[in-house]
Ligand binder design. Structure first.
Ligand SMILES: [Zn+2]
Length: 430
């Protein structure tokens, strides 16, 4: 095997028309940085003139070289270039010149396709665009162009099919989105993101879903949502066969928020119990069955030996409003955790004299969503995956120090989540 073969193999360049000079690599300073520059030339005999189509034998002649400096992936973490002399030809038939071309780099571009692919692979990692640019020895603009080119190439959402179970949720997005919130839709069974929409306003989502075929929409059997009213009108209009399911996590969150607000209100009123109420907030939110009632220990802020359950009992007994609110909270929590619709309905419909205004609001909300909560209890679908996706998006955004353009943010999420395929062959001009 020749020296050319091994160098091409090492540099992962798949073009046998590239040959290397005897002194095939030099160290040079380019833009103040130490770089490796491989020295090669590209030549082959063209079959015909690309300008006029005349055959080689007739009137084509060699016409010197054209030099180009191509960025290739780093070797041993040192920025690496390929200085390539490309054979030029002149055609006497049309009196025009042309240059040999190679598949390692696109026409008119000096960044090799391998580099672009390496950028794309980096884009799948939780890494900022700036770091990717530094690691690949390119400018941040190049990284952005690679993102855009993959996105334009592969952003195909199939409008003719949708899974049986969908999850809707929103996430904190770029500033330009309405209320800085964007919409995401996932497969409710696998958690795979299907698409992301910048604006979660009702008419905008209506427009978006009207692009899906009627068949695809009527195939959807259930949709898990949080308590955001526009989603309900959206589903009723666009998904004729879908069951509306309220996510369990959001139900628990709603009632625990109102209990917590009540606790803070009582805390501010009662100076002597301030520290205790502050320290044991987690125990107050816990389900009663999870509290320990048998192991007696010394707890901070309490003089005598006591148990978790006794602590909570003491704290809620401080105030009648707090006590009654706590009872309602526990009943609702029990109903939600055990899918018990009877307990839920009786708790919601009971008359209360002393519960806090926060809990009253929550009860009102739950009452208005009661028919959908029944579906929650009966089906067991939840939005757990979506919350996982949201966390991932948050991390990605923090690493990137925020995104300015929604499209690029979306493209990055789609690439990281493997929804946009990064294939070596598909590197297009960018
Ligand atoms: Zn010609």
């Amino acid at each position: 095997m020749s020296q050319d073969y091994y160098i091409l193999k090492t540099l992962n360049l798949k073009d046998e028309n590239i040959h290397f000079y005897e002194e095939y690599v030099k160290e040079e300073i380019i833009k103040g940085k130490r770089c490796l520059v491989f020295q090669g030339y590209l030549t082959y005999i063209p079959e015909y003139c690309p300008k006029c189509g005349v055959c080689y034998n007739d009137s084509i002649e060699k016409h010197g070289f054209k030099k180009s400096l191509i960025r290739i992936p780093s070797v041993s973490k040192i920025a690496t270039f390929l200085s390539l002399n490309k054979q030029r030809y002149i055609c006497h038939n049309c009196n025009k010149t042309f240059t040999c071309t190679s598949n390692i780099v696109n026409y008119g571009c000096n960044i090799s396709n391998n580099t672009k692919h390496s950028i794309a692979v980096d884009l799948m990692k939780k890494k900022s665009e700036k770091d990717i640019a530094i690691d690949n020895n390119v400018s941040p603009n190049t990284v952005e162009r690679v993102i855009d080119s993959y996105y334009q190439l592969n952003n195909k959402v199939y409008k003719n099919s949708l899974p049986e179970v969908l999850s809707f949720d929103e996430f904190k997005s770029v500033k330009s989105a309405d209320g800085a919130m964007s919409f995401q839709m996932c497969n409710g069974k696998t958690g795979k993101i299907i698409d992301i929409v910048e604006d979660r306003k009702l008419n905008n989502l209506m427009k978006y879903f009207s692009r899906y075929s009627r068949n695809a929409r009527s195939n959807v059997k259930a949709i898990v949502i949080d308590m955001y009213t526009p989603y309900i009108s959206l589903i009723k209009k666009m998904f004729p066969n879908a069951l509306i399911i309220i996510d369990k996590f959001h139900l628990v969150e709603l009632i625990s928020r109102s209990l917590n607000k009540t606790r803070i209100k009582i805390m501010k009123k009662s100076k002597e119990n301030y520290n205790k109420l502050k320290r044991y907030w987690k125990n107050i939110l816990k389900s009663r069955s999870e509290l320990n009632c048998s192991s007696w220990k010394k707890y901070p802020c309490f003089k005598e030996l006591t148990t978790e359950q006794d602590i909570v009992d003491y704290l809620v007994s401080i105030d009648i409003e707090f006590e009654e609110t706590y009872q309602v909270y526990q009943d609702l929590l029990y109903a939600i955790q055990n899918n018990n619709i009877q307990v839920l309905e009786s708790t919601l419909n009971m008359k209360y004299n002393n519960i806090s205004e926060y809990m009253i609001t929550s009860i009102k909300t739950l009452k208005s969503y009661a028919i959908y909560i029944k579906n929650t209890f009966n089906t067991g679908f939840h939005n757990g995956y979506v919350e996982g996706n949201n966390n991932f998006i948050k991390v990605l955004k923090r690493i990137a120090f925020g995104f300015r353009s929604f499209t690029r943010f979306k493209a990055r999420i789609m690439i990281c989540k493997g929804l946009i395929n990064i294939k070596e062959k598909e590197v297009k001009n960018c």
